[in-house]
Design a protein around this ligand. Structure first.
Ligand code: PLP
Length: 403
């Protein structure tokens, strides 16, 4: 017989997932209730209110899409886009390519603004492309974990308004650890996940939707047979996915409580606790904590003599990419860190695989002890791999940041 689940102790210092906050794990071990139990619907309503605070929005339509972050992205794009719609995607890493891929599957005509990995896109580049393409939707990643870059968003909402486009943002990797202002920045739809700065497991995708975007999505509502009532005349082009049909999902979360999927109760408990943690700490304090520990890790890897990849001025607070020193086998060294110290750091994708490691300081692991332990262990495995490292340089530099 197989053994009960008993995972090895790990300190997850990669680009996510990270160790879940113990409070989130405790919330997730609570007993189930029925999906229309008043306790459950109250939890759903509270979760909506909590995520309005996390996204910094007054949007009524703020709730959870069941599934990992990618489900949130796909729900947003498939509910907004019809075949033939034009979309503009600034691509500055792997997750921009993911937006392209999903929009293409929706049948959209996709245009991109491409910059090299390690850079972000200038608002002027976006505006010129928007003026040329006239897209219905601009879809952009805030923090692209593949490169660690954090795209400035503050000007994009205004650009989209001027050109009558909707603005969608994937904030999976950045929300909770970097400034994010859904309303002040004029975002129409934003989605996230729990497994980065929110300190939870993957499996739930918080989403917020502006009134403009709600109107567009409701204009495509086709309530499914079997629960359809007289008032539910079909409108517009039917959304191509049933499970990710936000028009129906909004009716499930709204006062009508129209049956759709069975809400993933345990994930909702977890997502609610993630938001409670952030709101209790205060969004600004949480961002400041990520900035502090991110800076300590950045100075620490530099103190070891490593080179940081990309435009550091535009780096997310919660992850740093470091160039793997010449002659060092990146995967073998990561393996040694896991084997000898129980610490996980990340590799990267595509052109950066084997070139950089990604080290995260996020959520529950944006902590001084986690940063110092990781730097101390990294020094040892680098030394064992024959890399010239400055003895004590990593921990020393990080301690100076904390001092
Ligand atoms: C920016 C970004 N978007 C989307 C995803 C996909 O998230 P998930 O694996 O939860 O579906 C990730 C995962 O790392 C991410 O970093």
């Amino acid at each position: 017989m197989s053994a009960p689940v008993n995972p090895p102790p790990r300190l997850l210092m990669g680009p996510g997932p990270i160790n879940a906050d113990p409070r989130v794990l405790r919330a997730m071990s609570a007993q189930l209730v029925g999906q229309y139990d008043p306790a459950m619907t109250a939890y759903m309503t509270e979760t909506m209110a909590l995520y309005r605070e996390v996204f910094r929005t007054a949007n009524e339509q703020t709730f959870l899409v069941d599934g990992t972050s990618r489900a949130g992205i796909e729900a947003a794009l498939v509910s907004l886009l019809e075949p033939g719609d034009r979309v503009l995607v600034p691509v500055f890493g792997r997750f921009g390519h993911l937006l392209v891929e999903i929009a293409e599957r929706c049948g959209a005509e996709v245009h991109t603004v491409d910059v090299p990995w390690g850079e972000v896109v200038e608002p002027e580049q976006v505006e010129a492309a928007v003026a040329a393409v006239r897209p219905k939707v601009v879809a952009v990643v805030q923090g692209d974990t593949s490169t660690t870059m954090c795209q400035p968003l503050a000007d994009l909402g205004e650009i989209c308004r001027r050109h009558d486009a909707l603005l969608y943002c994937d904030a999976t990797a950045s929300l909770g650890g970097n400034p994010f202002e859904a309303d002040a920045w004029g975002l129409d739809v934003a989605t996230a996940g729990l497994q980065k700065c929110l300190g939870g497991p993957s499996g739930s995708a918080p989403i917020t939707i502006s009134d403009r975007a709600v109107a567009l999505i409701e204009g495509r509502k086709h309530v499914e047979a079997g629960i359809r009532e007289e008032q539910d005349a079909a409108r517009g082009t039917r959304i191509a996915s049933n499970y990710l049909d936000l028009a129906q999902v909004m009716d499930y979360w709204g006062p009508r409580r129209l049956n759709h999927h069975t809400e993933a109760t345990t994930m909702l408990y977890g997502a609610r606790e993630c938001a409670r943690l952030l709101v209790e700490e205060g969004l600004e304090a949480a961002v400041a904590r990520h900035a502090l520990h991110g800076r300590a890790m950045l100075e620490g890897v530099r103190g070891l003599g490593l080179t940081v990849f990309g435009d550091v001025a535009h780096k997310m607070h919660n992850v740093v990419a470091v160039e793997i020193p010449d002659g060092v086998d990146g995967d073998a060294t990561r393996g040694a860190l896991l084997e000898d110290f129980g610490i996980e750091i990340g590799t990267s994708f595509g052109p950066l695989h084997g070139r950089v490691w990604r080290i995260g300081t996020m959520g529950h692991n944006a902590r001084r002890d986690a940063v110092l332990t990781t730097l101390a262990a990294l020094e040892q495995v680098l030394r064992a791999a024959g890399a010239p490292v400055t003895a004590g340089g990593g921990v020393g530099a990080a301690r100076e940041v904390y001092a």
